[in-house]
Structures are given as structure tokens and as C-alpha cells.
Design a protein around this ligand. Structure first.
Ligand SMILES: Cc1cc2nc3c(=O)[nH]c(=O)nc-3n(C[C@H](O)[C@H](O)[C@H](O)COP(=O)(O)O)c2cc1C
Length: 220
């Protein structure tokens, strides 16, 4: 199953990540026999931030050692925890059922959108996330440039974070790919106009790596 997530707050056709994830998903669906496809718009339908009940249920589960997903419900002690688990369990089940997770993730303030972080915090219930053979494809876009030699080299805390996160939960290094379209603000901001050719090239590279299936190019 392909699980397709978008997290750009911009739900219009201007969104670069939404356009690129749609391209990837269309291609994936035409290449695979599997008709199984789930879409989540984390901006339109936000995952609620975790709360006290989530933390207390998680702490109870940790105290017991590793409690399998199907037994966590038996640890619930009150209505708030039941609500927390009712929000959490289907999201985790969905992730565990996915062979590929596709994430549209614009760079926001050098990091990931809060909507995506809320999803991550919720699915990361203690002891239940094992992503073994899952493939992860992250499509990012950012207004500026962060490559070697740029002024902001090393300031991108999104790609390294997502790589560490998914690796920690078992995704193999060769199963996590990043496709990046940089300098998206060059077309908008007058003082960045001289960078437009680079921006166009970066977008064209992202589109072609999706079209050819060579996602490994940009940032492995
Ligand atoms: C709240 C917010 C914060 C942003 N922070 C950054 C940033 O730190 N660095 C950067 O290069 N671009 C930043 N941008 C620009 C976006 O990363 C860029 O426009 C990207 O293409 C947005 O993806 P989208 O078109 O899919 O919404 C920010 C945009 C927004 C709305």
C-alpha cells in the first residue's frame, strides 16, 4: 500500500510539494498492481497534538515492557486515554500496513511543518513502530538553497531529522529517498531573480527523478 501524506499549509495549486507528491503517487499507482492507496492531507485534516492522556498511556505501556499494538487498548484506564488511543491506533495501523510512505514536506523555519511533526509524534507510540521493509520517499521544497558552499549550508534540519527518525524505526538506508526542489522563492522574490535558472533546474531535476524513478539522485 502507498500512504501519501501532504503537509504543506498551502493547499493551492501553487504548492510545489503537493504537485510533486501527486506526480509521484500517479506514477506509483500506474506502476503497481496494488490498488491500495491512502491519502492524508495533514494540513486539511490535522492530527491533533499529543496530550496528557497519550503520554500517560505511553508511560504505562513502557512500564510493562514492550506491549504489542493489539494489547495497548487493554491498558486504557479512562475516557481521555480511550480517546487518545482511538486517534492513535488507526494511524499506526495505517503506517504498518504501508509498503511505501510518500511525504510532501516543505521546509518551514529550517525544519518540518508542525502538521507533519504532530503526525510523527502520534504514530511514535512506545514500542509499536517497526518499519523494517518500508520504503520512505520524502519530497521537500524550500525557498532558499542549502547545498555545499551556500551561506545556509548545514541549516536544513528537516532532511537530516527525517533520515534519523525513519532510520531509528528500522527503515534501511537504501530504502529512504529524498527528492528536493530548491530555491522555490526565486520566482517570487525580486532580489532572488538571478537565481531563477537554478530554481527551474532544481524543479526539473526533481520532476525527472520522479518520472524516471531515479529518486536516489538528489540527497541520499
Ligand atoms: C512558514 C514558512 C516557513 C518557511 N521557512 C523557510 C525556511 O526556513 N527556509 C527556506 O528556504 N524556505 C522557507 N519557506 C519557504 C518554503 O519552504 C517554500 O516556499 C516551499 O516551496 C514551500 O513548499 P510548498 O510550495 O509545497 O508549500 C518557508 C515558508 C513558510 C510558509
Amino acid at each position: 500500500m502507498l500512504l501519501h501524506l501532504d503537509s504543506s499549509a498551502n493547499r493551492s495549486d501553487e504548492s510545489v510539494t503537493r504537485r510533486l507528491t501527486r506526480l509521484f503517487a500517479d506514477r506509483w499507482r500506474s506502476d503497481h498492481d496494488s490498488t491500495e492507496y491512502r491519502y492524508r492531507d495533514l494540513a486539511a485534516d490535522p492530527v491533533p497534538p499529543i496530550d496528557t492522556a497519550y503520554c500517560q498511556l505511553g508511560r504505562r505501556s513502557e512500564r510493562e515492557g514492550v506491549v504489542p499494538l493489539e494489547l495497548v487498548g487493554a491498558l486504557v484506564e479512562n475516557a481521555a486515554e480511550a480517546d487518545a488511543w482511538a486517534l492513535t491506533e488507526p494511524l499506526i495501523t495505517e503506517v504498518l500496513a504501508s509498503s511505501t510512505i510518500l511525504i510532501g514536506a516543505p521546509l518551514y523555519n529550517f525544519s518540518l511543518p508542525a502538521a507533519l511533526k504532530a503526525w510523527i509524534d502520534r504514530i511514535t507510540f512506545p514500542g509499536v513502530l517497526a518499519l523494517g521493509d518500508t520504503e520512505v520517499v520524502v519530497i521537500t521544497s524550500r525557498g532558499g538553497a542549502y547545498g555545499p558552499g551556500t551561506r545556509r549550508e548545514g541549516w536544513d534540519y528537516e532532511v537530516p531529522y527525517l533520515r534519523a527518525y525513519f532510520t531509528n524505526y528500522g527503515v534501511r538506508d537504501d530504502n529512504i529517498r529524498f527528492i528536493t526542489a530548491e530555491l522555490s522563492l526565486a520566482g517570487l522574490v525580486p532580489r532572488l531573480a538571478h537565481l531563477r535558472p537554478l530554481a527551474e533546474q532544481s524543479l526539473a531535476d526533481a520532476i525527472s527523478s520522479i518520472a524516471t524513478g531515479q529518486h536516489a539522485t538528489a540527497e541520499r
